[in-house]
Design a protein around this ligand. Structure first.
Ligand SMILES: NC(=O)c1ccc[n+]([C@@H]2O[C@H](COP(=O)([O-])OP(=O)(O)OC[C@H]3O[C@@H](n4cnc5c(N)ncnc54)[C@H](OP(=O)(O)O)[C@@H]3O)[C@@H](O)[C@H]2O)c1
Length: 326
C-alpha cells in the first residue's frame, strides 16, 4: 500500500512537502487508522520548522491529531470500521503524525469519536479544542457565570477561539484579548462580549497586584500576559495556563496567591488520562457543542499545509484549520 503524507526534512535547512510513503514506513502499533481529517496546531508548525523541543528525529510526518476509521486492529479494544480520534501522546512529535492518509498507533492512544460528532467536527476542535475544553473545565468547576468576566488571551488562536466559544455558550461573559484588531467581528461571532488589544494585558507597573478585573482567565500565551492575568484576577480567581506563544516563562509575586487566594491551573492535553478525555469529548459533542467553530474552520488539503505553517509561526493565524486527507 502507498499513501500521501506531509514530510519534513532537516538537513542543510528545512525542506518540506507532500510525498508518497509505503506501509512499512509506518511505526509499530496495534491500530492502523485511515485518517479522514487532521488539523493544524501551533505545535505542528514548530515540528514542521525543525524545532527539536517538539521533534528530535527527521525526516518526520507532523500532525498531533487525527480523526479517521480503523482499517486494521491487533487489539480487542478496536475493530475495523470504528470511527476514532487520536490526540496527544507522541502522535506527530516523534511518532509519524496525522498529516498523512494513514497512521499506526498503540491502542491506548485511541478514543472513540463520540456520538453526535462527525470526524470533520472532531478535527475542527482537534488538540486545540480539547485543550480549550480542559481549560474551560477548570473555570466551570470553580466559577459561576455571575462571579465575573473570564479573560481569554490569544483569543483568535486555536485554543483561544474555541475557549471563547465554549465559555460564551456556557453563559460566561468573555473578555477576549487579541493582537488582531481586524478580527473583532469573528470574536463577536464566537460570543466574546468585549474585545481588547493584546497590549492592554501587559502590565508594566511593577505592582504585585492590580485592581480586580476578571474572575478567571484562560491564558494561552504566557509571559507578561499571564503575569497580568494573575495580578488582576479577583478574590478566589482561577487562571489556566497552557501555552508559551509569547514566552516560556513568566514572573509573579506570591501576593495574588496568598492575599487573594488565586489558583493557577496547569493544562496538559498530551498525557492526560482517558477518563477525562472521554468525559470532555462527550461534552464537546453535546452540551458544549459550538457549531460556529465548525462553520468558521478553514478546510485545506495536504498541499496547502505549507502556507498555514508559515502563518502559525508568524502568529498571524486565525481560528482552526483542518486538513482533509484524500
Ligand atoms: N498544554 C497543552 O497541552 C497544549 C495543547 C495545545 C496547545 N498548547 C499551546 O498553547 C498555545 C496556543 O496554541 P494554539 O494552537 O492556539 O496556537 P495558535 O493558533 O498559533 O494561537 C496562538 C495565538 O496567540 C497569539 N499570539 C501570537 N504571538 C503572540 C505573542 N508574541 N504575544 C502574545 N500573543 C501572541 C495570537 O492570537 P491573537 O492575535 O488573538 O492575540 C495567536 O493566534 C501554544 O503555545 C501551544 O503550544 C498547549
Amino acid at each position: 500500500m502507498t499513501f500521501k503524507a506531509f514530510r519534513v526534512y532537516v538537513e542543510d535547512g528545512i525542506r518540506r512537502g507532500v510525498e508518497t510513503m509505503t506501509e512499512d514506513q509506518l511505526p509499530e502499533g496495534e491500530v492502523l487508522i485511515r485518517v479522514h481529517y487532521s488539523s493544524l496546531n501551533y505545535k505542528d508548525a514548530l515540528s514542521s520548522n525543525g524545532n527539536k523541543g517538539v521533534t528530535r528525529n527527521y525526516p518526520h510526518t507532523p500532525g498531533i491529531d487525527a480523526a479517521g476509521i480503523v482499517e486494521d486492529s491487533q487489539s480487542p479494544k478496536w475493530k475495523k470500521g470504528d470511527a476514532v480520534i487520536v490526540t496527544g501522546f507522541d502522535l506527530g512529535m516523534n511518532t509519524h503524525g496525522g498529516l498523512s492518509e494513514y497512521i499506526r498507533v498503540p491502542a491506548d492512544w485511541v478514543i472513540k469519536c463520540p456520538e453526535g460528532l462527525s470526524l470533520r467536527e472532531a478535527m475542527c476542535y482537534g488538540t486545540a479544542g480539547f485543550t480549550a475544553a480542559l481549560s474551560v473545565d477548570k473555570i466551570v468547576s470553580n466559577l459561576k457565570p455571575e462571579d465575573g468576566k473570564i479573560l481569554v488571551t490569544g483569543a483568535t488562536g486555536g485554543v483561544g477561539s474555541v475557549a471563547v466559544a465554549f465559555l460564551s455558550k456556557l453563559g460566561y461573559t468573555v473578555l477576549a484579548a487579541t493582537g488582531k484588531a481586524e478580527v473583532a467581528e469573528y470574536l463577536k461571532k464566537l460570543g466574546a462580549a468585549e474585545i481588547v488589544g493584546r497590549e492592554v494585558i501587559d502590565d508594566q507597573s511593577g505592582k504585585p497586584m492590580l485592581k480586580p478585573l476578571w474572575a478567571g482567565a484562560v491564558d494561552t500565551v504566557s509571559g507578561n500576559t499571564l503575569t497580568t492575568a494573575i495580578k488582576a484576577a479577583a478574590y478566589g480567581g482561577h487562571v489556566t495556563c497552557c501555552g508559551n506563544v509569547s514566552a516560556g516563562d513568566f514572573q509573579s509575586s506570591v501576593y495574588p496567591f496568598i492575599l487573594r487566594g488565586v489558583t493557577l491551573h496547569g493544562i496538559d492535553s498530551v498525557q492526560c488520562g482517558m477518563p477525562i478525555r472521554e468525559r470532555l469529548w462527550a461534552l464537546m459533542a453535546t452540551d458544549w457543542k459550538v457549531p460556529t467553530i465548525f462553520e468558521e474552520a478553514q478546510e485545506i488539503t495536504l498541499d496547502e499545509v505549507e502556507s498555514v505553517v508559515e502563518s502559525l509561526l508568524a502568529g498571524k493565524h486565525k481560528g482552526r484549520t483542518i486538513v482533509k486527507l484524500p
